[in-house]
Write a protein that binds this ligand. Structure first.
Ligand code: C2E
Ligand code: MG
Ligand code: MG
Ligand code: MG
Length: 293
């Protein structure tokens, strides 16, 4: 019986592995056609000022909805990075961000949110023609790079610090703002951090989870925010889900927060409504220089 169980176990394991491989393959094939099939879209998750909770920006988040049903970015982004599909898809997302930036300025003028942030994968940074392509896109959309925040994960930056440092410097020279995403999950040292042209650190959700219950988690987040202040960058906390977490982040002097407590990733029309509602609550223009002091 044990033997048989073992054999069944083996068959089961083998089948599930095969299933996983098949799924990855179908995702990678599907992704290659996603753009021409018009299956991609973007959402906007507002980012708010910690004290006033006014909307100061938004993160653009990619969505993929093939005929079989939506696939989570957590699943398809790593596959797109592996196969290289992220390069054309990432350009498309970047163009959407540039378009949104120009649209916000023409729609809201002085009152427009200060920035839109967009995720950039390491694969894109390694593309030879990245800079010329980006220049062309910002020209097409007449977009202001100073209002675009490029989010690169800490792990991606550190994986090839020399190349990435060079590319990030060129992007910063073009006027873009740079954020280190999922900060705290990688292994950067303070010394490396000060070498990078960084404007913003985004503290990963994993560090925010439980700060309202655990003194140790609180101590870590407080120290990270202190570190950010010491090196002169702005801090965004990700994944803020309850008012207790917000209170802690206010006490620690975190500049900005993003999370389901305020908004989920929104469709364009919902985002426009949310911003206009936010104006009604707080009609003073939000000065971009305050954000990037
Ligand atoms: P990320 O850049 O760290 O984005 C934040 C993720 O946290 C988003 O997941 C967002 O929906 C989610 N989130 C925000 N607030 C909360 C909250 O309060 N609670 C919880 N549970 N989740 C929250 P999403 O949209 O599923 O994206 C996952 C990851 O996929 C992103 O993590 C990013 O690394 C990647 N990604 C998304 N869009 C793009 C893209 O256009 N290009 C690239 N290269 N990566 C992308
Ligand atoms: Mg991000
Ligand atoms: Mg993040
Ligand atoms: Mg994250």
């Amino acid at each position: 019986e044990v033997k048989q169980q073992g054999r069944n176990g083996w068959h089961f394991f083998s089948a599930s592995l095969e299933e996983k491989v098949r799924k990855k393959l179908s995702i990678s094939n599907g992704l290659r056609l996603a753009m021409e099939r018009d299956e991609l879209s973007v959402r906007f998750q507002p980012i708010v000022d910690t004290l006033s909770t006014r909307i100061v920006g938004a993160e653009m988040l990619l969505r993929w909805h093939p005929a079989e049903g939506p696939v989570s970015p957590a699943l398809f982004i790593p596959i797109a990075e592996m196969t290289g599909s992220i390069v054309p898809i990432g350009s498309w997302v970047f163009a959407q961000a540039c378009q949104a930036e120009a649209d916000w300025r023409s729609r809201w003028g002085e009152l427009a949110p200060a920035y839109i942030s967009v995720n950039i994968s390491a694969r894109q940074l390694n593309e030879k023609n990245l800079l010329s392509e980006i220049k062309a896109i910002i020209k097409t959309h007449a977009c202001d790079p100073a209002r675009i925040l490029l989010e690169i994960t800490e792990t991606a930056v550190m994986a090839d610090i020399d190349t990435n440092l060079r590319v990030l410097r060129s992007l910063a020279d073009l006027g873009f703002r740079v954020a280190i995403d999922d900060f705290g999950t990688g292994y950067s040292s303070l010394a490396q951090l000060t070498k990078l042209p960084v404007d913003v650190l985004k503290i990963d959700k994993a560090f925010i989870d439980g700060i309202e219950h655990h003194p140790e988690s609180r101590a870590v987040v407080k120290a990270v925010i202190g570190l950010g202040r010491a090196v002169g960058v702005k801090m965004i906390a990700e994944g803020v889900e309850n008012p207790e977490q917000l209170l802690e982040l206010r006490n620690f002097g975190c500049d900005f927060v993003q999370g389901y407590l305020f908004y989920r990733p929104l469709e364009k029309h919902q985002f426009i409504e949310a911003v206009e509602q936010s104006f009604k609550n707080d009609p003073e223009p939000y000065e971009p220089p305050l954000f990037f002091l």
